[in-house]
Design a protein around this ligand. Structure first.
Ligand SMILES: Cc1cc2nc3c(=O)[nH]c(=O)nc-3n(C[C@H](O)[C@H](O)[C@H](O)COP(=O)(O)O)c2cc1C
Length: 400
């Protein structure tokens, strides 16, 4: 059946699940976990607030399958050692107002947070600011069942779907990238090999959750790094995914590689990866989502109406205005008030938005002062506190 192309029309995914509209809160690492990988009350309030604001789905960023390769010590960790009741509560809050809540399954690989891990990527690397060891073949073989187990537990806990994170320079995106992946076995070399782990993970996850549970994927259109994963390979990956069981491909770009520009730190007018999405459309029938740079209702409506993508991902806009979908639907046009930052500090914008999520979770939607230096400072202090908790907790349950 042909679906309407309107931002507020429902979207049916290949697995049969219907999303109430086409606005999705893109995965964001909210750093609101309690340091033992469990959700906090603040986190529950944040997702409840977003659900009330009218979006179709919110995706919790960087939920880890084990504690060994977290992106931050505020990440959630979901496995057999977890107190699942607390995840059930989080799922319940995020589903108010017929919203769906998905978990993004992450593994930071070479970019794992140093103070809580010994980073490992596809190959050993020694770049300025980034050092890691190589995953062994056994390490790699353990990953699909790990992702599958966490996806299954997400479903059991009441979450409505999962997104496999293969973007922004984290593990699966490192496997896709010739810059990170120098392996000469079946997981390295040409793109058909670099994509192998990703395909194995998708199929393991699908086998664990059955046919009617959404399994999405976030993919970079390009890492925007010299010698890294570029559009030519990305189009091949989209083409390959056509034969996989993913329900939705979320297109984004950029990495959190030291010194690189992440999409969440960009300030220009978007949407950023639209031309790539249009090319992707020609090689896949899978529903497409686009994340990066949406600032206005007009931009979001146009991307859907033109048929470029099936749904839009908003990250920063929904931090600035959690009720944006609701207000847009009512025909009110409060374009979010994007702050201007005079300081140019690496990671500063992302830190500012992370701290603003904490404000929302405390029922305060007034924007923080535009002081990136201060945002970085409080963000790092909180991470230090969470690191101490993490390092005490995880060895006791043998999960490091
Ligand atoms: C505070 C913050 C945390 C983020 N964490 C994640 C994450 O955990 N996983 C992910 O895939 N993307 C993450 N992103 C990137 C966003 O999902 C999105 O791709 C990027 O911000 C561009 O979209 P926007 O212009 O709508 O903000 C994060 C962005 C921000 C601002």
């Amino acid at each position: 059946m042909k679906q309407e192309r309107n931002l507020f029309e429902p979207l049916t995914l290949p697995c049969g699940i219907v999303l109430k509209n086409r606005i999705i809160k893109s995965a964001m690492s909210d750093s609101l976990g309690d340091g033992t990988g469990h959700p906090t009350i603040e986190q529950m309030k944040l997702y409840q607030r977003w659900a009330k604001g009218g979006l179709a789905v919110s995706i919790i960023g960087e939920v880890q399958c084990s504690s060994g390769f977290a992106e931050k010590p505020g990440n959630l960790v979901l496995n057999e050692n977890t107190d699942i009741k607390r995840f059930c509560e989080l799922a319940e809050k995020g589903k108010e107002n017929k919203a769906h809540i998905w978990l993004q399954l992450g593994h930071a690989g070479a970019l794992a947070y140093g103070p809580t891990s010994s980073p490992k990527g596809p190959s050993s690397l020694d770049f300025p600011g980034l050092r890691c060891a190589a995953l062994s073949k056994n390490d790699i073989h353990e990953l699909p069942p790990q992702f599958a187990r966490t996806a299954f537990l997400a479903m059991k806990a009441g979450f409505n779907g999962v997104q496999i994170h293969a973007a922004h320079g984290f593990l699966l995106s490192q496997f896709l990238s010739p810059l990170f992946n120098k392996r000469n076995d079946e997981y390295g070399g040409k793109i058909n090999n670099r994509i192998r782990l990703l395909l194995e993970i998708i199929e393991a996850v699908r086998a664990a959750v059955g046919h009617s549970f959404p399994v999405a994927l976030k993919l970079n259109s390009s890492d925007q790094l010299e010698g890294g994963f570029g559009e030519k390979d990305a189009i091949k990956v989209v083409g390959e995914l056509e034969n996989s069981s993913v329900d939705l491909i979320d297109i984004s770009g950029g990495t959190y590689f030291p010194g690189a520009k992440a999409a969440s730190d960009k300030t220009g007018t978007g949407p950023y990866f639209l031309e790539f999405a249009k090319r992707a459309r020609t090689v896949t029938t899978k529903p497409l989502m686009l994340t990066g740079g949406f600032k206005t209702l007009q931009q979001a409506e146009k991307a859907i109406a033109d048929g470029a993508v099936d749904c839009v991902g908003l990250a920063r806009a929904l931090i600035l205005q959690p009720s944006l979908p609701h207000l847009w639907k009512k025909g009110q046009m409060p374009e979010p008030n994007f702050p201007r930052f005079s300081q140019n500090l690496e990671g500063g914008v992302t830190a500012w938005y992370t701290m603003q999520m904490l404000e929302i979770s405390k029922n305060n939607e007034t924007l923080l002062p535009n002081n990136l230096k201060h945002a970085i400072q409080v963000y790092e202090e909180r991470d230090k506190m969470r690191t101490n908790i993490w390092l005490q907790y995880f060895p006791t349950i043998n999960d490091l």
